[in-house]
Design a protein around this ligand. Structure first.
Ligand code: SF4
Length: 229
C-alpha cells in the first residue's frame, strides 16, 4: 500500500504508525530503506512464552571482531550461521561444557546450552524499538486509532463486513456509499453536539448548505430545528 501510494500519487510518507502485527523485522527494514520512520510496536521474534523470563539479547554483549556474543558469565556464544527455517535468523550458541556449571543457568536457558536467535534485520528492529520510547510514538498511535476507529465503525455498525457485489467498480461504489452514510452520521453528531451560537458562522453556513441539499432531495424531511434537536 505504501509503495502503491508512491507510484500512484507520487507521495512518500515520512512516518508510518501501525499495530504490532506489522512490527516484523523485514517490514521495519523495508521502511528504513525508504526513509520512513516507523512508529510500530516491535513484534516478538522467535520467542516462546515459556522463554519470556529467560535472558534476552540485552543480557549479551556483541563482539564485532569475532562476530560472537559474550554472556553475563563471560562465556562466548559463537556464530553458527543463518538459519532460514527460523525466520531468517543468525544463530549464536554456547556449548554444554560452558553452561553446565553456570550459577545463572536457570535464568538463562532451559536447555543444555544457550542459543541466541537474532533476526537478520535486528539493527532495524532495535532502532524501531528506540522510537517506541519517544513521546512521538504515543502521539502517532493516537492518530492511528482515530483512523482505525472509522474502519471499525464501518465494519461493526454500518455492516461493511462483506461486499455484496463483485468487480472493483461495484466494490468501490458500495464502499463509497457506506463512507457517505458514515460521514453524514458524523456530521449530524458534530452539529447536534454544539449549540448554534457555539457553532459560529462557519458551521452555520455549512449546516444551511447541507439542509438546502437535503431539502431539495428529500422535501418531506423536517425543518432546521429537527437537526438541532
Ligand atoms: S547458562 Fe551459559 S550462556 Fe547463560 S550465563 Fe551461564 S554460561 Fe553464560
Amino acid at each position: 500500500m505504501v509503495a502503491g501510494c508512491t507510484t500512484k500519487f507520487g507521495i512518500l510518507p515520512k512516518t508510518l504508525a501501525a499495530d504490532g502485527a506489522y512490527g516484523k523485522g523485514e517490514f521495519l527494514a523495508w521502511l528504513e530503506t525508504r526513509g520512513i520512520d516507523s512508529y510500530i510496536p516491535l513484534r516478538k521474534h522467535y520467542a516462546s512464552k515459556s522463554a519470556d523470563h529467560l535472558y534476552g539479547i540485552d543480557h549479551f554483549a556483541y563482539n564485532p571482531g569475532t562476530n560472537s556474543y559474550e554472556c553475563p558469565e563471560g562465556k562466548e556464544l559463537k556464530y553458527i550461521g543463518i538459519k532460514a527455517a527460523v525466520n531468517k535468523s543468525y544463530l549464536y550458541r554456547s556449548t554444554p561444557a560452558k553452561c553446565r556449571n553456570c550459577p545463572r543457568k536457570s535464568e538463562c536457558t532451559t536447555g543444555r546450552f544457550k542459543q541466541l536467535v537474532i533476526h537478520v534485520d535486528e539493527a532495524a528492529r532495535q532502532r524501531a524499538n528506540q522510537r517506541t520510547l519517544q513521546p512521538a510514538f504515543f502521539r502517532h498511535q493516537c492518530e492511528r486509532r482515530k483512523v482505525e476507529a472509522l474502519f471499525g465503525q464501518l465494519k461493526n455498525q454500518i455492516g461493511l463486513r462483506r461486499l455484496r457485489l463483485r468487480r472493483l467498480k461495484y466494490v468501490r461504489e458500495q464502499f463509497l456509499i457506506a463512507a457517505t452514510a458514515q460521514n453524514l452520521k458524523r456530521l449530524v453528531r458534530y452539529l447536534t453536539t454544539r449549540s448554534p451560537l457555539e457553532a459560529g458562522g462557519r458551521d452555520l453556513r455549512l449546516l444551511i448548505r447541507c439542509l438546502r441539499i437535503r431539502n431539495r432531495q428529500l422535501p418531506s424531511l423536517g425543518p432546521i430545528q429537527s437537526i438541532w434537536g
